[in-house]
Design a protein around this ligand. Structure first.
Ligand SMILES: O[C@H]1NC=Nc2ccccc21
Length: 243
């Protein structure tokens, strides 16, 4: 998978070259290219935004700069690309989105400031039949899209074959079965007087699986009843319902 990020803060994307993602890049599983939007400005001030038509606070990013930047970046590689625009006004980015994007040959992320990019940039891309997703990582206010890109790239790349040491963990993590993960423990057996739950040291794998499922159901019911309500009918068996 090739990933391009267009931003006025290229340094913000440096973490993508660390740790797991850095290794995925090193292993050739992901190609990452970060582009400075200002490269496509033409004025001495390298202006990338301007006041909003209709008034109001903040600034809106200029269509000319973004149009040239996207055209240039798309032309760098012939692989078909999905354009992703992080915005608080976007559809929610979920694990399902991350899973779906693993099928893409190329993702091009357009990082805008909070007030957004002139809507005609997205409209122009769509009328040229380029796939464009406007997505939000959550209902809170960030200053720009860069942090959202870090989140989404990590969520997608960890699912790519060969990236995680143990592919099973990608299947067993929270949200993959619709429930939150329950509590986890490691050595020592007792720490500051707190013992690891006995069942986890019993070696009885059926009991352990049941206990873990019950803790996941309990935690999901307490913290995310919306997830429980969204589970498909057949997701809970009789033992689950008994819980
Ligand atoms: O993902 C969004 N969540 C909240 N604020 C944002 C600001 C700029 C881009 C994207 C977002």
């Amino acid at each position: 998978m090739r990933i391009d990020v267009i931003t006025i803060f290229p340094g913000y994307l440096a973490p993508l070259r660390e740790a797991l993602l850095g290794r995925a890049i090193g292993a050739g599983l992901v190609d990452l290219a970060v582009h400075d939007l200002r490269s496509w400005t033409r004025d001495v001030h390298q202006a990338v935004d301007d006041s909003p038509y209709g008034g109001g606070p903040g600034m809106v990013m200029r269509p000319q700069v973004w149009g040239e930047a996207l055209d240039a970046v798309l032309a760098l590689d012939e692989r078909p690309a999905r354009i992703v625009v992080p915005t608080p006004a976007g559809r929610p980015f979920t694990q399902a989105t991350a899973q779906a994007w693993t099928g893409e040959e190329r993702l091009v992320f357009a990082c805008g400031r909070y007030e957004g990019i002139d809507q005609r940039v997205v409209d122009d891309a769509r009328r040229r039949d380029l796939p464009v997703d406007e997505v939000s990582i959550g209902d809170y206010v960030l200053v720009g899209g860069e942090v959202a890109v870090l989140v989404m790239v990590e969520a997608v790349v960890r699912l790519l074959p060969g990236v995680l040491g143990n592919p099973a963990s990608a299947q067993q993590d929270s949200f993959s079965d619709g429930l939150l993960e329950g509590p986890a423990y490691t050595r020592p057996e007792v720490w500051r007087g707190l013992a690891v739950p006995e069942v986890l040291r019993s070696g009885n794998h059926a009991k352990i699986a049941r206990w873990r499922r019950d803790r996941a159901l309990e935690r999901t019911a307490q913290r995310r009843p919306d997830l429980l309500a969204a589970l498909p009918e057949d997701a809970l068996d009789d033992a689950d319902r008994a819980f």
